[in-house]
Design a protein around this ligand. Structure first.
Ligand code: MN
Length: 236
């Protein structure tokens, strides 16, 4: 088959088969199909953004698969913003999908987990919110989804109680327990599948705890979910 323009490379995330494995260029690869994201999934973050945590169903938005940044590569400070915010999140990677998946079988779709950053052009998001516009410009830009290697779910005994955290230049900015998530992983998968036919290769950023703030050129970020992964990179 002949393509009429240059084909962009596919997006993939390295997999580490156990928690101790080194991640190299030879690591197995998880091919990314789509990136879905959940907004407002930790009460303290909902409050810091001016919302009411109890009254709202999950907020979904998406990013292009090409927004992933892997192997701890630098992230270039993006164009069109003066207020780039970090949001550290647990990422769920799917091995299967479907429509209208029930909560009881949702975990059968999970391949594994990673830690990621949902970068947000907060100034553009504020404009979008005030004018009732879509969030694409605030969320779906190039390099807006750094992600660690994916650890298979079989290597993660349970998620609840694990700590998620983000340090910027060795200073803690965000820290919480995954138990604080308003919508659990199976609830998110079930709810999302009411709107989209989920597929293998889909990844889901599951929302951020409180403490979101701006980053600057030269900052060093270190995100982690205990027992799942570590993501470390610089803003170039
Ligand atoms: Mn987010």
């Amino acid at each position: 088959m002949e393509f009429v323009v240059e084909q962009q490379p596919p997006t993939f995330v390295p997999v580490k088969l156990d928690a101790q494995a080194e991640v190299s260029e030879q690591a197995p690869r998880f091919p990314v199909h789509r990136i879905y994201c959940v907004g407002r999934n930790y009460s303290e973050h909902v409050k810091e953004m001016g919302g009411d945590p109890k009254q709202e169903p999950p907020v979904f938005f998406s990013k292009p698969a090409s927004a992933c940044v892997t192997f701890n590569q630098d992230v270039a400070y993006p164009q069109a913003t003066n207020d780039l915010h970090h949001e550290v999140e647990l990422v769920v990677a799917l091995k299967s999908g479907g429509k209208n998946i029930d909560i009881e079988s949702a975990m059968d779709c999970v391949y594994g987990y990673a830690v990621g950053i949902d970068f947000t052009r907060r100034d553009l998001q504020a404009i979008a919110k005030s004018k009732g516009r879509p969030w694409d410009l605030a969320k779906g830009f190039d390099q807006s989804a750094p992600i660690s290697a994916i650890l298979p779910a079989s290597e993660v005994a349970q998620l609840s109680g694990r700590q998620i955290s983000l340090k910027v230049n060795d200073e803690i900015r965000q820290q919480a327990s995954l138990s604080e998530m308003i919508w659990s992983v199976p609830e998110i998968i079930s709810e999302l599948s009411k709107f989209f036919e989920l597929k293998s290769g889909d990844i889901i950023y599951t929302g951020t705890p409180s403490g979101v703030a701006a980053v600057s050129r030269g900052d060093r970020l270190c995100a982690s979910v205990d027992g799942v992964g570590v993501l470390e990179f610089r803003i170039a």
